[in-house]
Write a protein that binds this ligand. Structure first.
Ligand code: ZN
Length: 217
């Protein structure tokens, strides 16, 4: 795989930055694609741009604000509160979002001659978004190959990891400090440790705590 080119679906957050480091070890050439879907905080895209620049990979932003014509959700509308509902979908959920984004990433990958697609989706921690599941990703891979007469290979290095496992992987990739200090996961647009109270921050810090405990043993 070291000879080949990959596109990483990239947001500047902990997960996709871990995937970017992973891809840089696997592939000769790595490109990133970021989606502008009218995030509450443009800081997210700026953070992604800075990381891509620093790691020397190309950075492409695709305008996906059209998904806001389809549904209202808490990631893009300031007047909707970010909530976690037991058993239900969180208010950050946009139906089909990963499906759409990933399909656009594949079209971009083909345009730049990349066969490998890398995404940080995971079945473990993520509120049950159906288009984060392994079976969906595999199914879409088949569909994309049929749709585009292509031979895409989709990689999901985080699929079976919990947040502590993602921290562990970043450590194995010698990227632990970088990811801790430079990525943005927080729904309130604050880099590194974030606001500490939103669901994304809680998930990130719980995972970190768990991993650090494990690392000390
Ligand atoms: Zn936060």
């Amino acid at each position: 795989m070291k000879q080949e080119k990959a596109v990483v679906v990239f947001s500047g957050g902990q997960d996709s930055t871990t995937c970017l480091f992973w891809a840089l070890k696997q592939f000769k050439e790595v490109a990133t694609v970021t989606f502008d879907y009218g995030q509450r905080h443009h800081a997210e895209i700026e953070c992604a741009r800075q990381i891509a620049e620093e790691l020397g990979v190309s950075f492409k932003v695709l305008d996906m604000t059209l998904i806001n014509q389809l549904s209202a959700n808490a990631l893009t509308r300031d007047n909707i509160e970010i909530t976690e509902e037991a058993g239900g979908m969180p208010s950050t959920f946009v139906p089909g979002r990963n499906h759409l984004f990933f399909s656009f990433a594949a079209v971009y990958a083909q345009a730049i001659g990349a066969r490998h697609l890398v995404t940080g989706v995971s079945e473990t921690d993520f509120s049950g978004y159906p288009d984060c599941r392994d079976t969906f990703v595999k199914s879409l891979n088949v569909t994309l190959n049929l749709a585009m007469d292509a031979e895409f290979v989709t990689h999901t290095p985080l699929m079976w990891l919990d947040k502590a496992g993602v921290w562990e992987l970043s450590d194995q990739l010698d990227a632990f400090d970088f990811i801790q200090q430079r990525t943005l996961t927080c729904y309130n647009g604050i880099q590194a440790e974030g606001c500490g109270v939103c669901p994304a921050c809680k998930l990130r810090s719980q995972g970190l705590e768990e991993y650090l405990k494990r690392r000390m043993v």
